[in-house]
Design a protein around this ligand. Structure first.
Ligand SMILES: [Zn+2]
Length: 265
């Protein structure tokens, strides 16, 4: 049974000692990966991995916690990366008000997010959104953007809110906007999101690990890896009363659909 880890960072230094091994044993188990960039450097590294391995795709983006008061987004640089063959999305980008408290930096995050939305639009790519403690600002910004750009939620797959940790109400808002929700190991060690996992249409759920972070049960305390995405699939199956295969198959299709991956291998 094939699985898609729609959000992981195998390019991070955590895997410097065993990156090749980690990737190979994951692919051997039939698990494909979207390797997500968080700044210029890790975006380039994501592209390198995608070029090296079949079964890995890359995204390019700048994490909101890396955007500071004086940050100047060099659009041309990002555009060059977006033209690369195996780049399937812009991300991760978004708003993080949990770690960033000062208003100028927060305003800068919004400005950058708007710029990345324009870039994604220009290159017809979906986005991977990171959002922490800023769901209200995020949904406002996105609905405004969608209405200005005349985006129809039924036909236009804007992107995914990765590592979703908002409320039920916020989940509903995102779903109304046509967004997907990404769930990871968090749902294996807290019950807090059970109702949302059950409520969201299965066609709108993506599996992810966010490896090397957020290691699921039964490996809490150890480094996470993309291979463990199967525990996320198991948990969703358990919560929704479905078989593991049903969850694996549907979320695999969802990932292909959102990132326009027609012939994964
Ligand atoms: Zn991430």
């Amino acid at each position: 049974m094939l699985l898609f880890d729609s959000h992981c960072h195998p390019q991070f230094p955590d895997y410097d000692q065993d990156r090749g091994e980690t990737i190979k044993h994951t692919l051997k188990e039939g698990i494909f990966m979207i390797c997500v960039g968080t700044d210029l450097e890790t975006s380039k590294q994501a592209i390198e991995l995608a070029e090296k391995y079949e079964g890995i795709w890359a995204t390019v983006g700048l994490h909101p916690t890396d955007i500071h008061e004086t940050y100047n987004l060099k659009l041309e640089t990002w555009e060059e990366l977006l033209k690369e063959d195996k780049v399937v999305a812009v991300g991760e980008v978004g708003l993080d008000y949990y770690r960033v408290k000062d208003n100028k930096s927060r305003a800068k995050q919004k400005e950058a997010l708007n710029q990345f939305l324009e870039l994604a639009d220009k290159y017809r790519k979906p986005l991977i959104f990171h959002c922490r403690d800023a769901h209200k600002e995020m949904t406002n910004l996105l609905s405004e953007w969608c209405s200005i750009h005349d985006r129809d939620k039924n036909t236009n797959h804007l992107g995914v809110v990765h590592s979703f940790t908002g409320s039920m109400e916020e989940a509903k808002k995102y779903l109304e906007l046509g967004l997907y929700l990404g769930f990871n190991g968090i749902i294996t060690f807290t019950n807090q999101y059970n109702e949302i996992v059950k409520y969201a249409p299965l066609e709108k759920i993506l599996l992810e690990t966010d490896a090397p972070y957020l290691t699921p049960v039964p490996f809490r305390g150890k480094r996470n890896e993309p291979l463990y995405v199967k525990y996320v699939a198991e948990k969703i199956a358990e919560l929704r009363g479905l078989s593991y295969n049903q969850v694996a198959e549907q979320t695999f299709e969802n990932t292909k659909r959102l990132f326009k991956i027609t012939n994964p291998k």
